[in-house]
Each structure stands twice: as C-alpha cells, then as structure tokens.
Ligand binder design. Structure first.
Ligand code: ZN
Length: 195
C-alpha cells in the first residue's frame, strides 16, 4: 500500500464530474487500499478518488471513531447515488482538500444511498448523523463540488485570502499535498516578470 498526496483547492480534477466505474480490476482494488491508507494517515473520515487525482466515482468512508458508529466497518462506495433524504441539520465541516478551513453547512440529516461495495455487490444504505454528513460531502466531491460552495458570498469574503493562497499552492498540512498544477508555473512566471 502506498500513501498518496491529497489534491487541494482548486485543482481542476476536483471541479470535474467523475467517471462511473464499469469493472472490477486489480488496479481498482489496489487504489481502494491506497485511499484507505491515505485517509487514515490524514485522520480523515472520508476521501473521494478525485481528491487523490483519479477522476472516478469512488469514495472511502470511516466513521468508526464516532459515538454510535463504533461497529461500522470502513465503507467503500463505488458509483454512489443519493436516492432519498430527510430532515435538516447544521454541522461544522472540514475537508482534506481545503486544509485549515471549517465552516457550518446545512444539509439533510438523513440520506439513503445506493452504491456498489468493493466486491461490486449492490448496496442500499441509510445513514444519519456523521455518516449522512460524510456521505453527502464525499458524493458532492464526485460531482466536482466542495463544502465551501454552500457558503454565502458574505462568509466566503472572509476566506478570500486563505483560498487565494491555497490556489497558489501556499499551503501546508500534516499529510502530503498535491497543489493545483498552475500554482508553480504561475509563481515562477510572476517572479520572472516582477520588476
Ligand atoms: Zn472533502
């Protein structure tokens, strides 16, 4: 297994709709193991494949550190679709691709999700509490959406500096990162043309 760098805001792969997975391959199983390791190493509770640069409809989730979910095994969701939702709750979210920012987001408090597990078995699962939260956050990633996309323009205005630094790759975390591809070339160009 290997640790993969996590792509950060606003890498193009994180804004793109991911592709549905059509077949089980050794490579896919390997990727799932790497994603699990990468998520655990970063102390994350969810990781989408495009967060490690693979534009595939695949996410891993592990909420077993939370009350009421101690017995929940780490989940692998292939081609997940939200088939129903209920209620509303506010929760302070963070994201491994947007380090250092945490904000309240309103979402349905319960969801039903249909997906294939890592053995390509069709699963329908209902989630509430933290599980509902992570499933929605990760499925959003697969559609090119960040949690910060839910914030008001007013709230975002306070994050403007942090986010523009992040776009330039001026960012640190206690896990390996892959900043946007343009960030390095841009700063180089900037230096060359500065007078
Ligand atoms: Zn995220």
């Amino acid at each position: 297994m290997s640790l993969l760098p996590i792509y950060t805001f606003d890498h193009p792969v994180l804004r793109k709709e991911t592709a549905k997975i059509k077949e089980d391959t050794g490579e896919l199983q390997h990727l799932i193991d790497d994603m699990m390791e990468t998520m655990h190493n970063a102390n994350g509770i969810g990781l989408a494949a495009n967060q490690i640069g693979k534009s595939l409809a695949l996410t891993v989730i592990d909420v077993s550190d939370f009350d009421d979910f101690e017995d929940t095994e780490p989940l692998v969701l292939i081609n997940p679709v939200i088939i129903g939702s209920h209620g509303e709750s506010v929760f302070e979210e963070g994201c491994l691709s947007v380090p250092g920012i945490r904000e309240d987001v309103v979402r349905p408090s319960e969801v039903g999700v249909k997906f294939l597990d890592r053995y390509f078995k069709e699963v329908e699962m209902e989630g509430d509490k933290i599980l509902a939260r992570v499933m929605q956050h990760e499925i959003d990633h697969l559609h090119g959406k960040y949690f910060i996309d839910y914030l008001s323009a007013f709230k975002l205005s306070f994050l403007k500096n942090k986010l523009s630094k992040m776009k330039k790759g001026e960012i640190e975390a206690d896990y390996p990162l892959a900043p946007p591809p343009s960030s390095k070339t841009k700063s180089k160009k900037g230096k060359a043309t500065r007078m």
